[in-house]
Design a protein around this ligand. Structure first.
Ligand code: DC
Length: 213
């Protein structure tokens, strides 16, 4: 291996499949994994629970400073409305600074780490050994999310999910601080017509090349 603690940076829009891919890569290489979306969701969740406004930056910073990455509960935080709230919290630069510091610390964990989010390759870990940008059409992503929610036995409206995904893309890609975009040296993987298995083997061959050749 070229470096002692390598980092795999994975970015992409909501429901692109980047989370599943990141988890599988972490297991495959025996690395730690951080879904950085959960850090923004954790702050949003705490604000919602305390009935606080989502746009009060001082308040959000206090919450962000106290966030413990070890206690982020994916089950609770995956709720659709928490995702919407998180993308509002994520436009505040001072909140981002605090969370990015914690994410960078995580990225240094031995023997290596996989981080997924929106700005990992561009801002959080620009020195990452390998950067992947996972994307898929908004319609495919809405279909997947719709199926996921239905499989949990919850009510789901495809049209509403598609509208929300398009709105979320606009917010994530259009914000001034750390907008979602592929890093210059990122490998693009479009999963619209790809199974998760094919996406995984494609990613493994790119990571192997970057880390071992
Ligand atoms: O990936 P997700 O749906 O859990 O992310 C929730 C929100 O958090 C997303 O709309 C934008 C924000 N986010 C971010 O700004 N930067 C990251 N690295 C990860 C997520």
């Amino acid at each position: 291996m070229k470096k002692l603690t390598p980092t795999i940076a994975i970015d992409g829009p909501a429901a692109s499949g980047k989370g599943t891919l990141a988890r599988r890569l972490a297991v495959h290489y025996g690395f730690h994994h951080l879904d950085t979306g959960l850090t923004y969701r954790g702050v949003a969740h705490a604000l919602l629970e305390a009935n606080m406004p989502l746009d009060n930056e001082d308040m959000a910073c206090l919450v962000a400073e106290q966030l413990d990455l070890g206690t982020l509960n994916q089950e609770v935080l995956s709720a659709h409305d928490i995702g919407e709230a998180a993308s509002k919290v994520a436009v505040m630069s001072r909140v981002r600074e605090i969370l990015v510091d914690a994410q960078r610390e995580f990225a240094n964990k031995e023997p290596g780490a996989v981080l997924d989010g929106r700005d990992i390759g561009t801002v959080v870990c620009p020195q990452a050994e390998v950067k992947l940008y996972i994307t898929a059409s908004p319609e495919k992503r809405a279909q997947r999310r719709h199926r996921e929610v239905e499989q949990k036995g919850q009510a789901s409206e495809y049209d509403q999910i598609l509208t929300d995904i398009i709105k979320r893309d606009e917010r994530d890609m259009g914000r001034a601080d750390s907008p979602l975009k592929p890093a210059e040296n990122a490998y693009l993987i479009d999963t619209s017509e790809m199974s998760i298995e094919t996406a995984f083997t494609t990613a493994v061959s790119l990571v192997d090349k970057a880390l071992f050749e």
